[in-house]
Design a protein around this ligand. Structure first.
Ligand SMILES: Nc1ncnc2c1ncn2[C@@H]1O[C@H](COP(=O)(O)OP(=O)(O)OP(=O)(O)O)[C@@H](O)[C@H]1O
Length: 607
């Protein structure tokens, strides 16, 4: 129940919905019940028992009794003045009007539920997305993407259907059920008391059935999450799948998961599908019991119920099963919905490891430099990938990190914009620990160009501005500096060309130049540059290198270099090995160390 109360936080102000919804539901129920109750006069006319019973016009008052008597009076009056066929027509028209009104109000109430449901889900989906966006980067190392996608799609859908069901079960169906029982009691107290003894038996049976449904639902959701993950990986890595003839490998893996999904899904739906036939069987059994008991009462003359009253009673009673079934379906649906909602809430409750301090300072500029002071870092406890690193990046200088793969270069680059916090030590910007600075203002000072150009399936223009307010001229200027303007103009729609999934319609070099243009447009004082390793042809590399050099001008840069040729002019080069700085100096200084690692690396690369 706690889960459902929490879901209420995502619904729009529910008070606004309840009053019109209640009115529509009550009216729909009244007219719905009325059209069955009208069977009695209908049968009365057909059987000829209705004649001359209500020849006196009833005294006017505000009670259902008066309305009923008034109606019967009119029926009788029509029989007397215009004959039975006309009376039949009169009753039938009344039935049609009441069915029409019942359905109009039912439609209106459904619209209200759908609106409530839609708004709740839109709200929930945005909240999840924003929550995930604001989680620390490290979170994404441990979570499968498919799992996150499943929470935003299948889990949200599951909650959507259960919210609607729960809402209509709580209000509409319960109202209808109460309405039916009031009418049934009115028709015959004796029979209704009897049915109230039999009904709970079927209720318990259905309750037992839906109990295990939740466990099955959890299985189904987690398996679907894995399937989504596999789809994402396979489609995202299509080049590798095809290049390595991996279709069979990927296909088999998917098929196994898909078969597993079938099995867990089957377990769930078999159980779920059992609910309806079982409740129908139990419902009809109950009706048969009443038929037997009530029939014998009518036959023996021990009941005040007339035969047409009894038939109307049975028809009304058979209608009770529908809302009862809806309520039982809603309960089983709510179990599934709860499993999904719990998964969503677990995600929403994941604390972000990187948060702003309560009194976080807002940086307004960058004046002196960055200092990495005695920093150690471990992704997993006990396995330090950086060990007591210290160095300074004075304003306006370029510091390069070199070292073997896995030596910790990217990790250092991730610590400066505070994607992770150091396990030990501090990172200071203008003498302030970056943990005391708001993340937003810290990252505002930085431009990040990664090894792999991160582009989105949008226009070139939007990929360059990436949320910044900029004029066409500013964007073009940035693209010119990044050596990108020319090729952009050659694309089909220039700056408005959509570049495909992750920029797939562009070459590697073009993608990089767009990323560089993005950083140029942002114009940050600090630059974190992870140099591309991908082999570009000489022409393309020259263009990219030129763009980078222009980007680095007058900025403070931390560059991760994979090719030493590009960092010969760096103010200082740090050589990393297994998480430690083992050499520092300029290109010339480092080359002069006879046994130096840098010198060896340099020879290997022929620099
Ligand atoms: N998210 C992570 N979780 C756990 N360990 C990680 C994670 N990212 C990196 N590592 C480990 O940290 C160490 C340093 O990795 P890092 O990416 O900083 O190296 P690098 O010098 O940038 O390598 P490369 O030049 O290949 O990019 C490696 O041993 C790596 O296995």
């Amino acid at each position: 129940m706690k889960t459902y109360f929490r879901l209420l936080k995502f619904t729009p102000p529910i008070g606004k919905f309840i009053a019109p919804y209640l009115v529509c539901s009550i009216l729909s129920s009244i007219f719905g019940i009325l059209n069955f109750a009208l069977l009695q006069p209908l049968l009365g006319v057909l059987f000829g028992t209705e004649e001359h019973k209500n020849v006196v016009r009833p005294e006017s008052s505000f009670s259902p009794e008066y309305l009923k008597d008034l109606f019967l009076y009119h029926v009788d009056h029509t029989i007397l003045t215009e004959g039975k066929v006309h009376a039949l027509q009169f009753v039938c028209i009344a039935i049609v009007i009441s069915v029409f009104l019942s359905n109009v109000f039912r439609y209106l109430s459904s619209r209200l539920v759908e609106k409530l449901k839609g708004k709740t889900i839109t709200n929930l989906r945005s909240t999840i997305f924003n929550r995930i966006l604001n989680l620390h980067l490290g979170f994404f190392n441990n979570e499968r993407k498919g799992d996150l996608m499943a929470r935003m799609t299948t889990d949200v859908q599951e909650v959507e259907s259960s919210v609607g069901r729960a809402f209509s079960a709580v209000f509409k169906e319960v109202i209808l059920l109460v309405g039916f029982f009031v009418t049934l009691f009115y028709q015959s107290v004796q029979l209704t008391l009897f049915s109230l003894i039999v009904i709970p038996v079927s209720g318990v049976a259905i309750g037992l059935l839906s109990k295990r449904l939740k466990e099955h639902a959890i299985d189904v959701q987690t398996t679907m999450a894995r399937i989504l993950g596999q789809i994402d990986e396979a489609f995202g890595g299509m080049r590798v799948v095809k290049g390595f003839n991996g279709e069979k490998f990927v296909g088999t893996k998917f098929e196994n998961e898909n078969k597993h999904y079938f099995r867990v899904w089957r377990n769930m739906v078999y159980r779920q599908e059992l609910a309806s036939p079982m409740s129908e069987f139990l419902g009809v059994s109950v009706v048969a019991g009443i038929l037997l008991y009530g029939g014998s009462l009518v036959l023996s003359g021990h009941s005040s119920l007339s035969p047409e009253g009894f038939i109307t009673y049975i028809v009304l009673f058979s209608q009770v099963t529908r809302p009862a079934k809806e309520i039982s379906n809603a309960i089983s649906g709510m179990q599934r919905g709860k499993a999904s909602a719990d998964r969503i809430f677990r995600l929403l409750d994941t604390p972000s490891v990187i948060t702003d301090a309560a009194d976080a300072k807002t940086l307004t500029g960058f004046r002196e430099g960055i200092e990495i002071r005695n920093v150690s870092f471990a992704y997993e406890e006990g396995r330090n990938v950086l060990k007591n690193i210290s160095f300074r990046i004075p304003k306006g200088r370029t510091i390069a990190l070199v070292g073997q793969s896995g030596s910790g270069k990217s990790t250092i680059a991730d610590l400066v914009p505070r994607f992770y916090d150091p396990t030990e030590g501090q990172i200071l910007l203008d003498g302030i620990d970056i943990r005391e600075i708001s993340q937003h203002s810290l990252r505002d000072q930085m431009g990040i160009v990664t090894q792999e150009s991160i582009l989105f399936n949008d226009t070139i223009y939007n990929n360059i501005t990436f949320g910044l307010q900029a004029t066409q001229e500013q964007v073009e200027e940035a693209a010119r500096i990044a050596n990108a303007h020319e090729f952009i103009m050659q694309t089909a729609n220039g700056y408005q060309t959509v570049i495909g999934d992750r920029g797939s319609k562009l070459s590697g070099g073009q993608r990089q130049r767009i990323s560089i243009a993005r950083a140029i447009l942002k114009n940050p004082p600090i630059l974190i540059l992870d140099e591309a390793t991908s082999a570009l042809d000489t022409e393309s590399e020259k263009l990219v290198q030129e763009a980078l050099t222009r980007l680095m001008q007058n900025r403070t840069t931390l560059v991760i270099a994979h090719r030493l040729s590009t960092i010969q002019h760096a103010d200082q080069i740090l050589v990393l090995q297994k998480g430690q700085i083992i050499e520092t100096g300029t290109h010339a200084e480092l080359l002069s160390h006879d046994d130096g690692v840098y010198r060896k690396l340099s020879h290997m690369q022929g620099v």
